[in-house]
Design a protein around this ligand. Structure first.
Ligand code: KG4
Ligand code: ZN
Length: 335
């Protein structure tokens, strides 16, 4: 079966998603985001699990409706095994196992972070191997050498906060609503990125650190608002632009030397933060300067979605990499 039809489920954090892929082409990619977390200013794991439980049946039903296929046409069922929140992963994993058992088709487990990278194989143009991917999400910041669809090596990662976390926490300090990253991005568009010089951390080697920037922002804002209580509102766009600029520069401090050392010219970004307009623009500009072929995912495949899980499952199906009914979620899954 070289044109397998696969149902994929993603439930690692606060998006419940189902996708159907046939022969490597996405037929449906349905995402239900969870508004329940807004009032808490961040994802509440227990509430995420409950919302997945409520959303999963309608989301899967919508995926079948959009793809216009019958359940009997499925050749496999895929699910995100990790990394992610245990309770959230359990909902998707249990659903996928039951569905696969009911239809008597194989199960495929997918690593969420690998899937973010494999989202680049959904649409054209596709990167050529080996390529370098900067995977930037709410929980991870990784520099990955991708040698083949399922052959990847992490050569650098964050030693503390993820860059998405830095975006979200900075946004929270500025009083922006959850989720902070996209809100900060929007405001940054009209601000001056060089107004406030926040630190650009450069650890030795390929690893990143973002906790220092967050602390510097915290103390800077405390200090300024002591002198002028309206400092944040009066400088909001410039603060957003300056924070975004420091975070992006911190990423490029590692991306550029790694690409040069490896002599790799195909450079990709992936994960939720790859939706950031400043990062997308900076990569385009850096790429033109350095003769890179840059790969930036379509917005719908940047943040969490089951389309990318389906794409990863397609490659695993072709290689015969299946799981069994004893598969269980792994919140800290590595690759
Ligand atoms: O990949 P993702 O959807 O979930 C995880 O696997 O973590 O990434 C979510 C992260 C959040 O931190 C969110 O604020 C950030 O991606 N994000 C952004 C933007 N869109 C999403 N950060 C900055 N600018 C954006 N436009
Ligand atoms: Zn993700």
């Amino acid at each position: 079966m070289l044109q397998p039809t696969i149902l994929a489920i993603e439930s690692s954090c606060d998006d419940t998603s189902a996708a159907i892929i046939r022969g490597g082409k996405i037929l449906a990619n349905v995402v239900a985001s969870q508004a329940v977390h807004e009032q808490y200013g961040g994802v509440v794991p227990e509430l995420a699990s409950r919302a997945h439980q409520q959303n999963i049946i309608p989301v899967v039903a919508q995926a079948f409706h959009t793809a216009n296929i019958a359940k009997s046409e499925l050749n496999a069922v895929a699910f995100t095994r990790g990394p992610g929140l245990l309770g959230a992963l359990l909902v998707g994993t249990s659903f996928a196992k039951a569905f696969a058992m009911g239809l008597n088709v194989p199960l495929i487990e997918v690593n969420h972070m690998q899937a973010h990278i494999l989202a680049h194989f959904i649409d054209e143009p596709k990167p050529a191997f080996p390529f370098l991917c900067l995977t930037v999400s709410g929980g991870h910041t990784q520099l990955v050498v991708v040698r083949d669809h399922l052959d990847m090596e992490i050569i650098g990662q964050t030693t503390d906060d993820a860059v998405g976390e830095a975006f979200d926490k900075s946004a929270k300090l500025l009083g922006l609503p959850y989720p902070g990253g996209p809100a900060l991005d929007k405001l940054a568009a009209t601000g001056d990125p060089n107004k406030f010089p926040f630190p650009i951390v450069n650890l030795p080697g390929n690893d990143f650190s973002f906790s220092g920037i967050k602390t510097a922002i915290l103390y800077f804002l405390k200090d300024q608002t002591k002198q002028n209580p309206d400092f944040i509102t009066q400088n909001l766009a410039d603060l957003c632009a300056s924070i975004q600029n420091a975070l992006i520069k911190t990423l490029f401090k590692k991306l550029i030397p790694a690409a040069e050392a490896l002599h790799i010219k195909d450079i990709a970004i992936a994960g939720g933060v790859s939706a950031n307009s400043g990062l997308r623009k900076a990569l385009q500009e850096e790429g033109e300067k350095r003769g890179w072929n840059v790969f930036i995912p379509a917005f719908q495949y940047c943040t969490d979605n089951a389309g990318m899980i389906a794409m990863a499952a397609h490659f695993k199906y072709l290689k015969g990499e299946f799981s069994d009914q004893y598969a269980s979620p792994e919140p800290r899954l590595k690759f």
